[in-house]
Design a protein around this ligand. Structure first.
Ligand code: 8X3
Length: 257
């Protein structure tokens, strides 16, 4: 970590900042005046984003990190120095199979990244967030954290886990100067989400968004996260569900033919 922070600049740590919602959130928080610390496994991507943000006059640092690696997360927390906002964004879906046929390895990996990853980062940074006197933890869940759909059970179970982490943490730390915000997006078209889910099958991935007039973009979600984070400290947006207009529920999507 080489970019110095002026003592008055609040610091936002973003996990999974290498692409999609994480990268968009880092950009928007940087614009909102935060020094952003970008973490993700893909070093080249976060370093490129940090360089882009720094060139535009923002303060940004890249720190390669796998949130499922607890010793690495602890070392990161010890190195970060200051943290006012933690964006638990790292996560994703693997597979869209039925309960009868889903791959247990996919389920395990989804729980590991979406739940244990958020747990690791939150536990490791909570003392620093509390010491800031005005901390914010954001847990990026999904509408899959609030209702199920066929073929979604592994991801749905993991996102329900992340939802419970946020909801329980809020109960447990009430009275401390840290708020807990959950943002739960519905259909968001990013470059990687569906392709990763279908293990690289871009044709299947494209079908997710087929005929949908305007799925949410990563920037739409980053905008809601940034709005929630920049409310006055006494205002806690417990849960913000955001979907595209064309999506009324997890399984009710309007598609133009
Ligand atoms: C993504 C929403 O509908 O693919 O978190 O589960 S969905």
């Amino acid at each position: 970590m080489t970019t110095p922070s002026t003592p008055t600049t609040p610091v936002a740590v973003v996990t999974g900042a290498s692409s999609g919602i994480g990268a968009a959130t880092a950009r928007q928080l940087a614009r909102a005046g935060y020094r952003v610390v970008l973490t993700a496994r893909r070093k080249d991507r976060i370093e490129a984003l940090a360089a882009e943000l720094t060139a535009s006059g923002a303060q940004a640092t890249a720190y390669p990190l796998d949130v499922t690696d607890r010793p690495a997360v602890d070392a990161f927390a010890a190195a970060v120095g200051r943290c006012d906002v933690l964006i638990n964004n790292a996560g994703g879906a693997l597979g869209a199979d039925s309960v009868a046929t889903g791959d247990p390895a996919d389920w395990r990996r989804m729980f590991e990244v979406n739940v244990i990853g958020a747990l690791n980062a939150t536990q490791a940074l909570l003392p620093t967030l509390t010491a800031s006197g005005d901390g914010t933890v954001v847990v990026l869940t999904s509408t899959a954290g609030h209702g199920t759909y066929e073929g979604g059970a592994g991801y749905v179970a993991a996102k329900h886990g992340a939802h419970v982490l946020a909801e329980t943490l809020r109960l447990e730390i009430v009275g401390t100067p840290v708020r807990v915000i959950e943002v739960a997006p519905g259909m968001v078209k990013t470059e990687e989400f569906a392709t990763t889910r279908f293990h690289g099958d871009t044709t299947r991935a494209a079908k997710v968004y087929e005929g949908v007039a305007e799925p949410l973009t990563a920037d739409d979600v980053a905008d809601t996260i940034t709005w929630a984070v920049t409310r006055p400290s006494h205002v806690n947006i417990d849960l913000l569900v955001v979907r595209p207009r064309a999506q009324a529920s997890n399984s009710k999507v309007h598609r133009e033919r």
